[in-house]
Each structure stands twice: as structure tokens, then as C-alpha cells.
Design a protein around this ligand. Structure first.
Ligand SMILES: Cc1cc2nc3c(=O)[nH]c(=O)nc-3n(C[C@H](O)[C@H](O)[C@H](O)COP(=O)(O)O)c2cc1C
Length: 249
């Protein structure tokens, strides 16, 4: 599965502040007047199987593996490995964004990013983090809390080498989360790099780029049901083993 930046067409993103302003106009993209859509009326009744403690894997990674496999098999879920990462700065101010899960095992959940980005800086100051997998078509979510640590350089380099050439250049071109004057500036930087490192030349791994491994402390499996009587089973790490508790929905 490729990194998202390989799949998204940058032409779809607003080009500058003027485009962003247009997007707020009261007309849709076809020019018709925009009817306000009231989210208060949106309501789904979930018809799903119960989740009981006896059916769970003995530890959360095993249970995650089961659900991840079912999610990946469901064509309604576009990027099953997309997860929302929430961090907080040293003053406790939170921020969230989507990233792609690239590896998981008993040691934790791994994603790659720029260490100088907002999330990178926040995790360096405060390693407490939350991950949320929003698998809405299955009426499921998985919520992980834990501590983030940087992956070893070898692991980062091994993953960087699997990325397409263009994404490797993109990692150099973008000083993630910093303000830039225009999209043209970003493209010019990319073109310079593409000239310096043609397709057959190895792109070095940017020093500021790498992985975070989220070592879980709790992992909640949430299954939606009718009448809001959802199942919430949470694994809690306790001295080297896991306890499971049921939460009220
Ligand atoms: C589906 C999807 C997947 C993404 N995957 C990643 C990723 O794996 N790593 C990453 O750094 N940014 C990824 N992004 C971009 C981030 O959401 C975010 O814009 C970027 O990391 C900067 O975040 P920050 O300024 O809060 O640090 C992804 C965005 C989307 C929508």
C-alpha cells in the first residue's frame, strides 16, 4: 500500500488563500446554491454482532490483527491503515491529524513522519499520544493510548527505501508544518531535487524524517449496535500482561 501522498492529486488541494476563500462560498462546485446540511438529523442504526470478552484475543495486538484483516477485506473502507494521531504540546493543547499505519506488532504501532513537524515536535516534548482507527462502515473504531518513541535509524532507512522515488524526494522537499509562500515554491524545490537525484540514483534519508512507534497502554475495541447499546472492550496494560474491562457506551 503506497503512502497517501503518492495517491492524492495535489491539484485537488486549494492553491492559495484565495482558493480557500472560494471554497467557503454558498454555492456548490456546480454553481448551484448550497442547501445547509444539518448534521443533527444524521443518525445510523448499527446492526452488528456482539463483542464479548470470551471472543477476544488474549492480547490487543492479536485482536487488532483480526479486526484489521476484516477491515482490509471490506471494500467500503478506503484506507484501512489510516488513523488519527492526537498529540498535545507541553502546555496540554491538543492537535490531531491523519497518518498511515505502516507496521504493527507486540512492540507497538508505527508511522512515519517529519520529526520537525508539529506532531513530531509535540511528541518530542510530550510522548503521550492517542491513535484512532475510524472504521465507520463496520460501525467500529479502535482507540489506542500510549507513549511514542522514535524508531531506530535502521528501521527508518529500511522503510524509506520501500517508498516510491517521488515520495522520497517529497520528504526532502517539504519542511512539514512550516509556513510557505506558495505552492510554486514547493514545486520548485521538488524539481531541484528531482534534477539532483534522477530516478536511478539513491535518495538519502532526510535527517529530520523517521518513524514513531506508539507503545500501547490501553487499546479499546468499539463495536456499534442498535439503540446506542454499543460494546466497548478495553485492554489495559498491567505489569506485563493485559486486563480487559467493559465500558459503558
Ligand atoms: C489519509 C492520509 C494519510 C496521511 N499519512 C501521513 C503519514 O503517514 N505521515 C505524515 O507525516 N503525514 C501524513 N498525512 C498528512 C497529515 O495528516 C498532516 O497533514 C501532516 O503530517 C502534518 O501534520 P502536523 O502539522 O500536525 O504535524 C496524511 C494525510 C491523510 C489525509
Amino acid at each position: 500500500m503506497g503512502h497517501v501522498t503518492d495517491a492524492l492529486d495535489p491539484a485537488d488541494a486549494p492553491r492559495d488563500a484565495h482558493d480557500a476563500h472560494d471554497a467557503r462560498d454558498s454555492r456548490d462546485t456546480a454553481g448551484a446554491p448550497l442547501e445547509p446540511l444539518d448534521p443533527a438529523d444524521m443518525r445510523e442504526q448499527y446492526r452488528t454482532r456482539e463483542l464479548i470478552t470470551d471472543d477476544l484475543a488474549p492480547e490487543p495486538i492479536g485482536q487488532f490483527a483480526r479486526w484489521f484483516k476484516e477491515t482490509a477485506a471490506n471494500p467500503a473502507i478506503h484506507e484501512p491503515n489510516a488513523m488519527i494521531v492526537s498529540t498535545a504540546d507541553a502546555d496540554g493543547r491538543p492537535s490531531s491529524r491523519t497518518v498511515l499505519l505502516k507496521h504493527y506488532d507486540e512492540a507497538g504501532f508505527v508511522f512515519f513522519t517529519n520529526y520537525g513537524s508539529r506532531k513530531g515536535r509535540e511528541l518530542t516534548a510530550n510522548p503521550y499520544v492517542s491513535l484512532l482507527f475510524p472504521w465507520h462502515p463496520l460501525a467500529r473504531q479502535v482507540i489506542v493510548t500510549g507513549r511514542a518513541e522514535r524508531t531506530g535509524r535502521d528501521e527508518t532507512v529500511a522503510y524509506f527505501r520501500t517508498r516510491p522515488h517521488g515520495s522520497q524526494l517529497g520528504a526532502w522537499a517539504s519542511r512539514q508544518s512550516t509556513v510557505i509562500g506558495s505552492r510554486a515554491e514547493l514545486l520548485a524545490r521538488y524539481e531541484e531535487l528531482a534534477a539532483r537525484y534522477p530516478k536511478d540514483e539513491q535518495v538519502p534519508v532526510p535527517p529530520e524524517w523517521g518513524g514513531f512507534r506508539v507503545v500501547p497502554e490501553t487499546v479499546e475495541f468499539w463495536q456499534g449496535h442498535e439503540n446506542r447499546l454499543h460494546d466497548r472492550l478495553r485492554y489495559v496494560a498491567e505489569g506485563g500482561s493485559w486486563r480487559v474491562e467493559r465500558l459503558s457506551p
